[in-house]
Design a protein around this ligand. Structure first.
Ligand code: FMN
Length: 202
């Protein structure tokens, strides 16, 4: 039993150490998409909106995902650059929540990640006007064929509207299932001198 199994994570003082250990375990235990997280934003009326995205990087600077900046989420983040996220690893019976301000990643970072994607995904990024009405499946397939022909030779460049967003957390909360609903909950809140740790009633 390593130091991070079950309740022992509550002894640690670095939320990123817990997060990386839990993610590593999730990558071994979850049947698919261990990096999937629900991402909540708010629309212009303050009405929350939530959808799944894949975490592509996580370090002291925050949690990074990639998307179309002209999608609903992209437009919501442009107007109100704040978000909340939650991971739920069912097999491990764990949850991680975070919230904070959102910034775009640098062009160099977005270029590097885009270049690492399969060619067909890069073509797809050009073909999809994410979150806009689509007349038919055929219209999407035509767009894919168009961009596949346009970029038949050489590299597929990153579309200008396709980028990454980084959520810089002001709080990260860890939840671990324990018997009889007496779960372990620890929230880390960012203070000027570092992280403040608080145990919460379940
Ligand atoms: C498991 C899973 C992972 C997903 N990952 C992403 C992602 O990384 N980026 C993305 O733009 N959409 C992703 N999607 C699709 C989004 O949930 C959503 O449908 C899309 O981004 C449009 O959302 P919006 O209209 O709120 O902008 C994923 C969906 C699922 C179910």
């Amino acid at each position: 039993m390593n130091a991070l199994t079950k309740g022992d994570f509550t002894e640690l003082d670095d939320p990123w150490a817990i997060f990386h250990a839990w993610m590593a375990e999730a990558e071994r235990s979850e049947p698919n998409d261990p990096t999937a997280m629900a991402l909540a934003t708010a629309d212009a009326d303050g009405l929350p909106n939530v959808r799944m995205v894949l975490l592509k990087a996580a370090d002291e600077r925050g949690f990074v995902f990639y998307t179309n900046a002209e999608s609903n989420k992209g437009r919501e983040l442009a107007a109100n650059p704040q978000a909340a996220l939650v991971f739920h690893w069912k097999s491990l019976r764990r949850q991680v929540r975070a919230r904070g301000r959102v910034t775009k990643v640098s062009d160099a970072e977005a270029d590097a990640y885009f270049a690492s994607r399969p060619r067909d995904s890069r073509i797809g990024a050009w073909a999809s006007q994410q979150s806009r009405p689509l007349e038919s499946r055929f219209a999407l397939e035509k767009a894919v064929a168009f961009y596949a022909a346009r970029y038949a030779i050489g590299e597929v460049p990153r579309p200008p509207y396709w980028t990454g967003f980084r959520i810089d957390p002001i709080a990260i909360e860890f939840w671990q299932d324990r018997p009889f609903r007496l779960h372990d909950r620890v929230v880390f809140t960012r203070a000027p001198e570092g992280w403040t740790k608080t145990r919460l009633y379940p």
